[in-house]
Design a protein around this ligand. Structure first.
Ligand SMILES: NC(=O)c1ccc[n+]([C@@H]2O[C@H](COP(=O)([O-])OP(=O)(O)OC[C@H]3O[C@@H](n4cnc5c(N)ncnc54)[C@H](OP(=O)(O)O)[C@@H]3O)[C@@H](O)[C@H]2O)c1
Length: 329
């Protein structure tokens, strides 16, 4: 890893600028993807208890570590506290299970996955009301949960702690009581949802931004359809301006979308389970966008949220649910 391939966090740890996203990938598919990614040079892997793939990922990590093909300190593994379990008392049991599944002694970054919480039944499944709507858990208290996250840093189970999907107000409130500043805020960020005010605020506060769905979550329409939700979504790699810039550099549209995130000072975690595409997504360190190209891409913003959490139908009434956009008012 060379110095132009990572960002130094507010606690001094170095986070690789490109990580492999793993949402909607499990079992053998994700195992093969992690193998291919490590082979290609990825050292940053983004997962979550909610993705149900930590044990598959753990198997591959263990194989690589045991074979001496990678050292633990070279890896940057991120996981998250799920919306079904973000009460203070959930923090230790959740990280303990994630570490066991990932076969690791520590993770590099542990995030609160969403600022809202959803209630569960005694068996851990999501609680629904008579209409089939998810029941929000209104006891959410970020400050109290954060205290437990901070203890994980003190006892060595995690190197850094952070947040995901938090807005400015939620971050400001958390900072009033936090002893440890969040290292990163992981948010949806791509040319059609730029969230510039939120990103500027994070930077002012010394919080790095990780862009999720950096390619516009190209698989999400199919995923939503499997839950009966049909929504037309644009394909970012077909945007004429993106294609034009890609042609000028002899790169692919996906590489331009990712390079723009890096060139504007952020981290990106594109997901791919295809070996050729995941190699393509990492192969962005041999070119740089011009100022004019960055400006052209900045002008594309449409405030279009792709990952709008409508699957958590019922939780929109939670005061910490902040995913409103043109689709999810
Ligand atoms: N914190 C949160 O709440 C949150 C929410 C959403 C996502 N995330 C994280 O962010 C990661 C990335 O976001 P995402 O999975 O929503 O979407 P994404 O990375 O924007 O897009 C992934 C989709 O694009 C395709 N793809 C990947 N590389 C490509 C390329 N070079 N050319 C063309 N198509 C390509 C993938 O298909 P193939 O696999 O077939 O290549 C997949 O369908 C997730 O996997 C997850 O780790 C976090």
């Amino acid at each position: 890893m060379t110095s132009n391939q990572y960002l130094t966090l507010n606690n001094g740890y170095k986070m690789p600028l490109i990580g492999l996203g793993t949402w909607q990938a499990s079992g053998e598919e994700v195992e093969n993807a992690i193998d291919a990614a490590l082979e290609a040079g990825y050292r940053h892997i983004d997962t979550a208890a909610r993705y149900g793939n930590e044990s598959a990922i753990g198997k591959v990590l263990r194989r690589w570590l045991d074979a001496g093909k990678v050292k633990r300190e070279e890896l940057f593994i991120v996981t998250k506290l799920p919306p079904t379990a973000n009460a203070p008392s959930d923090v230790l049991p959740v990280i303990t299970k994630s570490l066991a599944d990932l076969q690791l002694d520590y993770v590099d970054l542990f995030l609160i996955h969403t600022p809202f919480s959803v209630s569960t039944n005694p068996d851990g499944s999501i609680k629904k009301d008579a209409q089939g709507l998810m029941v929000p858990d209104l006891s959410t208290n970020h400050g109290a949960t954060w205290v437990e996250m901070e203890k994980l840093v003190a006892n060595g189970k995690v190197k850094s702690i952070g947040i995901s999907n938090f807005d400015e107000e939620q971050i400001g409130r958390l900072l009033k009581t936090a002893k440890i500043r969040p290292a990163t805020n992981q948010i949806e960020h791509h040319v059609y949802l730029q969230q510039r005010d939120l990103i500027n605020y994070c930077k002012e506060q010394g919080i790095a931004v990780t862009a999720y769905s950096p390619l516009g979550s190209r698989g999400i329409a199919k995923f939503n359809a499997s839950f009966g939700m049909v929504r037309e979504l644009p394909d970012l790699i077909e945007i004429p301006e993106v294609k034009e810039i890609a042609a000028a550099h002899g790169k692919s549209p996906a590489q331009v979308l990712l390079r723009w995130i890096i060139d504007t000072g952020n981290i990106a975690i594109p997901k791919s389970t295809n070996a050729a595409r995941l190699r393509e997504n990492l192969n962005i360190f041999d070119f740089k966008l011009t100022e004019a190209e960055v400006a052209k891409l900045l002008a594309l913003d449409q405030n279009l949220r792709v990952c709008d959490f409508t699957l958590f139908h019922g939780c929109e009434v939670h005061p910490e649910f902040r995913f409103k956009n043109i689709y999810n008012k």
